[in-house]
Design a protein. Structure first.
Length: 93
């Protein structure tokens, strides 16, 4: 979550398999009205989040075997404009 109402500067992630909440202070701020390139890479052992090429978060997780739909959206009446969303399968070695 970027810019969430309880703490707009904190980036929040939820571990895919357990739902465990991960907090990254001072990493969640995005500028309203500006286009940002957000990249979220989910690997079997970690998640990495980049905003406009800058790494904002990296966390060790257990995402091996996750089989769920991918989505993006606003919360609690906020506005979100998505210019493009692309989902790529990563090669697991």
């Amino acid at each position: 979550m970027f810019g969430w109402e309880s703490n707009p500067t904190e980036l929040r992630l939820h571990e895919p398999t357990t739902g465990r909440k991960l907090a990254f202070p001072d990493k969640g701020q995005v500028v309203p009205g500006k286009v940002h390139f957000i990249e979220i890479d989910v690997h079997p052992d970690r998640i990495e989040v980049k905003v406009d090429g800058e790494q904002r978060a990296q966390a060790s997780v257990s995402s091996f075997g996750v089989d769920a739909p991918v989505g993006i959206g606003p919360a609690f009446g906020s506005e979100l404009t998505v210019e493009m969303m692309q989902v790529l399968a990563l090669k697991v070695e």
